[in-house]
Design a protein around this ligand. Structure first.
Ligand code: IPD
Ligand code: CA
Ligand code: CA
Ligand code: CA
Length: 265
């Protein structure tokens, strides 16, 4: 059972230490980004640089030095299976587009699965020096301050994050935005889905919806939102599904039904 996951406080502490160290490396690259060679992946909007790869290498090395039997899935280097029942799910830089374009909306995202359930979520935003940290049944914090969602906030009296990438059609994205606006809401997109999920946990956004994201984009944020008192749409983690994309939704209690309806769930 996930709540019996051993050694969780130590793993949560390690994740925060690694995120801070990785954040310093990434911030150094950010501050000299004019020297970076920007490469593309799926399309011209899907960018990557040596910063993403070096940060992921650092995170993998630190995790394996402490927990050699754990598995690790990262955006840049894929899945390395383990035997402990734990799998770390890492996005070394979420918000690479803001990163290479000189905007501060990017973060290090480190999640941990036990028996397929997110049990640790750490998101660190170096430009803002904001550390979001949560562990299953341990609560969630922002820079050490406990996060608790306000049940009176909904899609009409608060703002909702919407994300999009080239895995979904323009018409799909347009329909989501149209439905949200028609329901009396409004949308924000800052270019980092993981950071926007942390903002849901912090009560800055009432919810986040993106029709197709990967495990490394959402699992840390999911743990944070749940521990702050919110809800998330379960990401499939069995076998191959862990490395594929799926709809990502996380909300405060007052926005669950509206966002599920917009997502067609
Ligand atoms: C992307 C960001 C973006 C979201 C994309 C993700 P990356 O991650 O989270 O906000 O809309 O779907 O792929 O590539 O910056 O790590
Ligand atoms: Ca990417
Ligand atoms: Ca990402
Ligand atoms: Ca990334």
């Amino acid at each position: 059972m996930p709540s019996l996951a051993p050694d969780l406080p130590a793993r949560l502490a390690l994740a925060q230490a690694i995120a801070r160290e990785a954040g310093a490396v990434a911030l150094d690259y950010f501050n000299r980004r004019d020297t970076l060679v920007i490469e593309t992946k799926r399309d011209l909007q899907d960018v990557v640089s040596v910063a993403d790869r070096e940060v992921e290498e650092l995170i993998r090395a630190r995790i394996l030095a402490a927990y050699a039997d754990d598995g690790i899935l990262g955006e840049e280097y894929g899945l390395q299976s383990g035997s402990s029942g734990f799998t770390w799910v890492v996005d070394p830089i979420d918000g690479t587009s803001p990163f290479v374009n000189g905007m501060p909306n990017w973060c290090i995202s480190i999640g941990l699965l036990y028996s397929g359930v997110p049990v640790v979520g750490v998101i660190f935003a170096p430009c803002h020096d904001e550390m979001y940290a949560g562990g299953l049944d341990m609560g969630a914090t922002l820079n050490g301050k406990k996060l608790t969602l306000d049940p009176s906030r909904n899609i009409r009296n608060a703002v909702t994050g919407i994300g999009a990438n080239s895995h979904v059609t323009p018409a799909t994205v347009a329909k989501i935005v149209e439905d949200l606006l028609t329901a009396g809401g409004n949308f924000i997109r800052n270019g980092s889905g993981a950071l926007m999920l942390a903002y849901v946990a912090a009560g800055r956004l009432v919810g986040y919806y993106e029709p197709y994201m990967h495990a490394w984009d959402c699992l840390a944020g999911y743990c944070l939102v749940k521990e702050a008192g919110g809800w998330y749409h379960v990401f499939p983690t069995e076998g191959e599904k862990l490395t594929k994309g799926a709809p990502v939704i996380a909300t405060a209690p007052g926005a669950i039904d509206d966002l599920k309806a917009i997502a067609g769930l």
